[in-house]
Design a binder for this molecule. Structure first.
Ligand SMILES: [Fe+2]
Ligand SMILES: [Fe+2]
Length: 151
């Protein structure tokens, strides 16, 4: 099971949207690894990739919130911390065969869609109307969406 990229996940913020697409992509990669019965080691590596990227994404979102003086940065960061704790717990259970990678994927998919559509949407809305602009916001579009085609 994996999330298809869908319109409601598109929040209109280049940085957030791009990173969410990679999260969805990595969930899909994990799903492929499970379905094609890759080794436990291969699946573990993909789980680490997904975990590290999720941590990276959370830091990016938290920096963005600080840069625009988002009022609920503390609450939002706490939700991120809780997710990472649950993530770690599930990874530990998987290594002891008390949970399976499918369970992690199911949990993450549900969590991600819910979090993006409700909590992250609030950041994107706030950023859209904020007088304080996020640092280097144009760089995401410039380098990642189109490459640097200036010259
Ligand atoms: Fe997010
Ligand atoms: Fe978030």
């Amino acid at each position: 099971m994996y999330i298809h990229w869908q319109k409601k996940l598109e929040l209109g913020n280049d940085m957030i949207d791009m990173q969410h697409r990679i999260q969805v992509l990595l969930c899909r990669k994990l799903d492929m690894a499970i379905k094609t019965k890759q080794s436990d080691q291969t699946i573990r590596w993909i789980i680490i990739e997904l975990k590290k990227f999720t941590e990276f994404h959370f830091v990016s979102e938290e920096n963005l919130m600080h840069e625009i003086d988002y009022p609920e940065v503390g609450e939002h960061a706490l939700i991120h911390t809780e997710l990472m704790m649950q993530f770690d717990m599930m990874v530990a259970k998987i290594s002891h065969h008390k949970e399976f990678p499918e369970d992690l994927l199911y949990f993450l998919n549900k969590w991600l869609v819910q979090h993006v559509a409700v909590e992250d949407l609030k950041i994107a809305e706030f950023a859209r109307h904020s007088a304080k602009r996020p640092l280097g916001e144009e760089l995401y579009r410039q380098y990642l969406l189109h490459g640097d085609n200036e010259e």
